[in-house]
Design a binder for this molecule. Structure first.
Ligand code: NAI
Length: 332
């Protein structure tokens, strides 16, 4: 029997966590043999709701779930954790300016960075889901200097999954037969969904997506826009933001990080830029990566068209602006 690992989910009383906790506790992320101790963090007013989540986790009778720690104390929540899903964040309220949202969240991710630094295992893998996810991840890592910067990532997997699903639907093939769609940049409306390096199996034959679709207008316009605006479309229809799909994506991201990617396949993750593809350093930017031995590596040498160059520069600029605002807010 393997030793249990400790996994923290913040925003544990919220709607993404409600789906995510099920996926984790069932064994879909860390494997069917890995016992777990779940740490659930939320804010004091949500402790009653969180108690209900704890009851439901018990009632699920998950064989892998050895213990649940529910708390409003970051120091307790982050103690000895090997994996952290930072889902909790201040939501955008009506009339709230982007800067107010950033200010509220920068403070949350500063506190959580400090608590990770003090309490978590030094090889903890951190996934930031709460928005603005890329900049929150950057701030979090700055306040956790004893943990390697590569261990802080932001989620663009939902955008990747959305993009993959749209390409599959357009081609009329199963979604699992489409690979290597890339999300570049920020998890925001400036992100660049790029299918030019992707491929699919069409009637058993491997084809590049541009070759299989033969519709560059669609790939450069409708596709890009519909992925960028998919979150808003879900809110319009559901009157609530994406939750089930966000939870599935968070599980996919962490599963690949712990268990690796398949040979020849890459996935998109917001990671600290090392200057690859002419992207400025010191922003958390979504790149295509492959993962082995729990270590991600940016896929090098992909051809970047003039169109792609413009899109990469636009989303990088937005991230530089967010970083400048965030650093100003915390007085760094
Ligand atoms: P929600 O509002 O249902 O839940 C958020 C939870 O976080 C609440 O229970 C709240 O009390 C808690 N929380 C707030 N501040 C906290 C703190 N300092 N410490 C711990 N918990 C705290 O929101 P939902 O739908 O679960 O979404 C969570 C976040 O994920 C939002 O910021 C949302 O914008 C973001 N998101 C990101 C996506 C991505 O692709 N990166 C996709 C979808 C959502």
């Amino acid at each position: 029997m393997m030793e249990p690992i400790r996994v923290v989910v913040t925003g544990a009383a919220g709607q993404i966590a409600y789906s995510l906790l099920y996926i984790i506790a069932k064994g879909d992320v860390f494997g069917p043999d890995q016992p777990l101790i779940l740490h659930l963090l939320d804010i004091p007013p949500m402790m009653g709701v969180l108690e209900g989540v704890v009851m439901e986790l018990a009632d699920c009778a998950f064989p892998l779930l050895k213990e649940v720690v529910a708390t409003a104390e970051p120091d307790v929540a982050f103690k000895d954790v090997s994996s952290a899903f930072l889902v909790g964040a201040m939501p955008r309220k009506q009339g709230m300016e982007r800067r107010d949202l950033l200010a509220a969240n920068v403070k949350i991710f500063k506190v959580q960075g400090e608590a990770l630094d003090k309490n978590a295992k030094k090889d903890v893998k951190v996934l930031v889901v709460g928005n603005p996810a890329n900049t929150n991840a950057l701030i979090c890592s700055k306040y956790a200097p004893s943990i390697p910067k590569q261990n802080f990532t932001a989620m663009t997997r939902l955008d990747q999954n959305r993009a993959q699903a749209q390409v599959a639907a357009k081609l009329g093939v199963p979604v699992a037969d489409v690979s290597n769609v890339i999300i570049w940049g920020n998890h925001s409306s400036t992100q660049f969904p790029d299918a030019s390096h992707a491929f699919a199996y069409v009637n058993g034959v491997k084809k590049s997506i541009p070759e299989a679709l033969k519709d560059d207008m669609w790939l450069g316009n409708t596709f890009v826009e519909s992925v960028q605006k998919r979150g808003a479309a879900v809110i319009n229809a559901r009157k609530m933001s994406s939750a089930m799909s966000a939870a599935k994506a968070a599980g996919d991201h962490m599963r690949n990080w712990f268990q690796g990617t398949e040979v020849g396949q890459f996935v998109s993750m917001g990671v600290l830029s090392d200057g690859s593809y002419g992207v400025p350093k010191d922003i958390v930017f979504s790149f295509p990566v492959e993962i082995q031995n729990k270590t991600w590596k940016i896929i090098p040498n992909l051809a970047i068209s003039d169109f792609a160059r413009k899109m990469l520069d636009t989303t990088a600029k937005e991230l530089e602006e967010e970083r400048a605002e965030a650093l100003e807010i915390i007085g760094a």
